[in-house]
Design a protein around this ligand. Structure first.
Ligand code: NAD
Length: 353
């Protein structure tokens, strides 16, 4: 029986994940295979319940599952904890490292019904359709870090091995082959040695994919190009920290961070989560946008379970609901019909047909 580990986590995670599970159960209702959904504690919620942001039972449950559906973790209540115990580090980095989810895949597409919700001009964003691939288990976030008291200083080491770079670049080419066949590798090769190695390997791997065009951009230029002329991009691939920053920037090209889904992959196994955080400012009010999580669930069906038709059904239902003028508060413009979190989940289920 296919197993899905469900980790709502903190803040709005507790509200948006149940909506995605509701949509998954509806779309899988007639599936010949019975899917098992097993819920686990993670993040600040897990600290409150059992003292650890990533309890052993949760990690084991995720290891045994075929896929993980995660909400978000963190919040002011746990900000005072030492870095290694905080939900964002202990739980998120722990899950990524523990399950070797080395590739984060974020599709960014402007839906025509959301163009007016973007803070950018219509002509800049109307044809946006890209995938940003971020390396997730290497680089400066996982390198050695130290604080030195005398003289007061600190360092974080950025390092990458050749195999770590090669597997993510290869994935970018594989994904580009099924799209518009363009890979843009983003680095800082004018300054960083890790980036010079990154670029060399990108060029070497590109020889195996002669039909895919490879280009390179320095990360500062990539940030500028993303808001200047984003439709030039098909697949962007970059290292961990650059990807962290560029994916948030790219989220605004899709209308709202509440729309951006993501998949963290290790082969077929994946952890699926919205690109945003736990949004403590709006938690518990039934106003959070559940669509990024619902779209992440669609990615799960496609990437892990090979259920392309069901994934497409969810994506079509989301487009239909938006076309009907339904919005959550983060997307609402004058004239729209504003729905709460639960009601938006119900609307997507109804639109599945
Ligand atoms: P955030 O993404 O939680 O929120 C940023 C802004 O976007 C807020 O105004 C919020 O209300 C809004 N927003 C986010 N998701 C939304 C949604 N689905 N619908 C409507 N509005 C939405 O980022 P933050 O405020 O910097 O971080 C809050 C907490 O989340 C922090 O503890 C942070 O460490 C954590 N965080 C967790 C993850 C994760 O679990 N993957 C990612 C980023 C931040």
């Amino acid at each position: 029986m296919p197993k899905i580990a469900v980790l709502p986590g903190d803040g709005i995670g507790q509200e948006i994940v149940p909506e995605a599970v509701k949509v998954l159960k509806a779309v899988l209702a007639n599936s010949p295979e019975k899917f098992e959904f097993i819920e686990y504690w993670v993040g600040g919620t897990a600290i409150d319940k059992c003292g650890k942001a990533l309890p052993e039972e949760t990690l084991k449950g995720c290891e045994e599952a075929d896929a993980v559906l995660l909400g978000a973790v963190g919040g002011p209540k746990w900000d005072h904890l030492p870095a290694g115990e905080r939900p964002e580090t202990a739980a998120l980095l722990g899950l990524r490292k523990g399950l070797e989810f080395y590739a984060n895949i974020r599709p960014v597409k402007m839906l025509s019904s959301l163009i007016d919700s973007s803070t950018l001009k219509k002509e800049v964003v109307e044809n946006v359709d890209m995938v940003v691939i971020r390396e997730l288990t290497g680089g400066v976030y996982f390198g050695e870090k130290k604080r030195i008291e005398n003289p007061l200083s600190a360092y974080d080491m950025m390092s990458y091995s050749a195999p770590e770079i090669e597997r993510i670049i290869r994935l970018a080419f594989e994904i580009a082959q099924d799209r518009r066949k363009k890979v843009c590798s983003v680095d800082k090769a004018n300054v960083l040695e890790t980036s010079r190695l990154w670029r060399e390997i990108a060029i070497k791997v590109s020889k195996d994919y002669p039909e895919v065009e490879l280009s390179h951009l320095y990360v500062d230029n990539a940030a500028m190009q993303l808001v200047r002329y984003p439709e030039q991009f098909d697949v962007i691939v970059t290292e961990n920290m650059f990807g962290d920053i560029l994916t948030d920037l790219a989220s605004m090209l899709g209308g709202s961070i509440g729309m951006l889904s993501s998949a963290s992959m290790n082969g077929k196994k994946g952890m699926y989560e919205p690109a945003h955080g736990s949004a403590p400012d709006i938690a518990g009010k039934n106003i959070a946008n559940p669509l990024a999580t619902i779209l992440s669930a669609a990615l799960m069906l496609r990437n892990t379970f090979g259920l392309d038709k069901e994934a497409q059904q969810i994506e079509t239902a989301v487009v239909k609901v938006l076309d009907q003028g339904y919005r959550t508060a983060d997307l609402t413009q004058p004239g729209d019909k504003c729905l709460g979190t639960k009601e938006m989940g119900d609307a997507v289920v109804a639109a599945l047909g």
